[in-house]
Design a protein around this ligand. Structure first.
Ligand code: UT7
Length: 352
């Protein structure tokens, strides 16, 4: 059976920089708090009316397509991972197909909603399609325009200071080469904690989960839309929410577990890793994982300082940067790992 390789890779970062100092001027926060708790110094944000999750994903995709030496029409399947899609539906996959000018009906498009683990889930899905011979050129994109849906007032500071915008993309192809390709993928979830990091409203929950349906302004009229109510807007419920400490505690346990799971399956040790690309959630989480696994500074790639947490885009951006900086060579053992909302987490182990 064929293995799956990353044949092309690229990323796109919007020009606009939002520093911690910029945030200090719009909410009650401070550079010291953000740096100490997260490692973040600045993040990039889209230019309104010019950039979206889909457009950034397509910019990254164009670079990945070029570096793979293929044409957009060669792509037979698109997987688009994001939690900040342009539209509630349809997904960004079809928008990317249209923007890339891929001929009508010539490829399938799948959107993945696994937040921080979206890119890992996407790699795993693509790997199955390629191994079985169903597709030969899969475009996998991770892209986020978080800044278009954040609460940049003091009320939302525990979430909004952490996130940034950007995109990364890869082209996945089959190979018969024994020395490179995906060795294994590992996917996990635990829905008990779905609301610990979530964007709940607007949505089609219709009061099902609410202890206090009045809070959402739901009416008893069965035909009145409760997708978005005035009460949701008035109470600032239309933003992401996170129990940061709870998420943190789970992250530092699940990251090492899922990395070890992949290494064990391949009969490898942490010291065999050329590089670990963890989802960039918090520099403290990455440092904790590094210490727990006995990895050197060279073995762990971090760029959250420049971009903040870009959710589904963080791994492909970091992987693309690491590759373009010459940190990854043919045959190197590379591990990608993520943990986030859902909770969902996972890893991919591959030889470059
Ligand atoms: O990518 C998806 C997965 N996400 C994660 O893995 C995130 C995991 N969690 C974290 O990274 C951390 O929990 C945070 C960075 C989100 C928060 O750091 P923390 O050390 O857990 O802080 P905290 O939530 O316990 O808040 C400590 C204090 C609070 O004030 P009091 O109650 O001690 O007076 C907050 O109100 O810091 C306050 N605070 C802030 N202060 C300045 C919260 N946000 C801010 C802020 N600026 N932006």
């Amino acid at each position: 059976m064929n293995k799956t390789i990353i044949k092309g890779i690229g990323h796109y970062i919007p020009d606009n920089v939002l520093t911690n100092q910029d945030l200090e001027s719009i909410m009650d926060t401070d550079d010291g708090w953000i740096r100490e708790r997260t490692g973040i110094i600045e993040r990039h944000v889209v230019t309104k009316f010019k950039e979206t999750t889909a457009t950034m994903g397509v910019e990254a995709a164009r670079k990945a397509i070029r570096s793979a030496g293929i044409e957009p029409d060669d792509i037979d399947f698109i997987i688009f991972a994001t939690l900040s899609p342009d539209y509630y539906f349809p997904g960004c996959g079809v928008l990317a197909q249209r923007m890339l000018g891929i001929s009508e009906g010539e490829c399938g498009a799948l959107d993945i909603r696994n937040q921080c683990s979206g890119f890992i889930y996407g790699m795993s899905v693509a790997d199955q399609f390629i191994k079985t011979g169903m597709y030969r050129n899969i475009l996998l994109i991770g892209s986020e325009a978080h800044s278009l849906g954040m609460d940049y007032s003091t009320r939302g500071r525990d979430v909004s200071v952490i996130f940034g915008d950007g995109a990364g993309a890869v082209i996945l192809q089959p190979t018969e080469n024994e020395t490179s390709g995906i060795l294994s993928t590992h996917l996990h979830s635990d829905g008990r904690y779905a609301e610990k990091l979530a964007f709940i409203s607007p949505g089609c929950h219709g009061g099902y989960y609410a202890d206090d349906a009045e809070k959402y302004g739901f009416s008893e009229d069965p035909l009145e839309s409760v997708f978005l109510t005035q009460a949701m807007l008035d109470d600032h419920l239309t933003f992401p929410q996170m129990d940061g400490q709870f998420v943190f505690k789970h992250a530092v346990t699940k990251f090492p577990e899922v990395i070890q799971e992949a290494l064990k399956k391949a009969g490898k040790k942490a010291s065999d890793l050329k590089i670990l690309i963890p989802h960039q959630a918090n520099l403290r989480i990455s440092q904790f994982v590094q210490k727990r696994m006995g990895l050197t500074d060279d073995q762990v790639y971090n760029n959250i300082q420049k971009y903040g947490n870009t959710t589904a885009a963080s791994i492909p951006i970091a992987l693309s940067e690491a590759y373009h900086e010459g940190r990854i060579d043919h045959g190197d053992l590379v591990c990608l790992a993520a943990f986030g909302s859902g909770f969902t987490w996972g890893s991919v182990l591959l030889n470059w």
